[in-house]
Design a protein around this ligand. Structure first.
Ligand code: UZR
Ligand code: MG
Length: 250
């Protein structure tokens, strides 16, 4: 199979080297997605065509399992616990990450928060040098956790997170205030304390203040760059951090 990545993947769609897998965990609205975006920007990838990206980001939200009719009804009433590990299809996440590590092209379904289910939209993740996986429980499942080459935990105060979560759920995820606060108190906060926070100990780097922490992001980007480019000459990042252009664009 030859795709737009040109000589980067071989004719079987199998890549000759292993992408650098970065897990990004943290509580709801901690800034996980923004941290990932900043890392991608700094590696000069953000505006590249999908097939040409050497750094890609996947959300754990794409791996919510499908709900049965009774669960669906509970979800509509705000009575389904989306913050519990059981809400996820960890086997699927594991299989997809293994495919990514094997250099295969994978299709990821986008999640639709308004309908609490996977949407029909899929996007293709092409073989990349760096793959970021962000989600509240990406370090919860041991087999998944063990696949990451670097683990980041975005550590943002819970009042800050709640203050961000409320407008986001109302504006982007079609909820009303009462629903958001009830869900937060009944599910989001207790599950954070029981399942997410204890996974902080698995992190290699804890990022206080999330995406505002430009120094931490810079350090992570430089470390990633070092590993991907200097220590693994086979890897070819484009427009590297700090504006170095010694890397070739494959
Ligand atoms: P982040 N979530 C929804 O709001 N609706 C769904 O259908 C599925 C998930 C929420 C989930 C969790 N909780 O707190 C949050 N609820 O998405 C995780 N309720 O996403 O890390 O971006 O906050
Ligand atoms: Mg998110």
């Amino acid at each position: 199979m030859t795709d737009k990545t040109g000589d980067y993947s071989d004719t079987n769609g199998l890549e000759s080297k292993t992408p650098f897998l970065i897990g990004v965990a943290g509580g709801t609205a901690s800034g996980k997605s923004t941290v990932c975006q900043r890392i991608m920007e700094k590696l000069g990838q953000q505006h590249k065509d999908h097939a040409e990206r050497r750094v890609v980001c996947i959300s754990q939200d794409s791996f919510y399992r499908s709900l049965n009719p009774a669960e669906r009804l509970r979800a509509e009433r705000g009575q389904f616990n989306f913050d519990h590990p059981d809400a996820f299809d960890d086997k699927k996440l594991l299989a997809v990450l293994k495919d990514i590590l094997a250099g295969k092209k994978v299709d990821i379904q986008e999640y639709d928060y308004v309908n609490n289910s996977n949407s029909s939209l899929t996007h293709t993740i092409y073989p990349a040098d760096v793959v970021l996986i962000e989600g509240i429980l990406v370090f919860y499942f041991p087999e998944v956790r063990d696949l990451f080459h670097m683990k980041l935990f975005v550590d943002t105060d819970s009042d800050t997170r709640l203050a961000r979560r409320v407008p986001r759920d109302i504006m982007e995820r079609g909820r009303d205030l009462e629903q958001v606060l009830n869900q937060y108190m009944n599910f989001v906060k207790p599950a954070f304390e029981e399942f997410c926070l204890p996974t902080k100990k698995f992190a290699d780097v804890i990022i206080p203040r999330g995406a505002d922490n430009l120094v931490a992001i810079d350090l992570i980007v430089h470390h990633t760059w070092d590993i991907m480019y200097k220590k693994r000459p086979g890897a070819r990042l484009v427009n590297g951090c700090g504006g170095e252009d010694e890397a070739t664009n494959g």
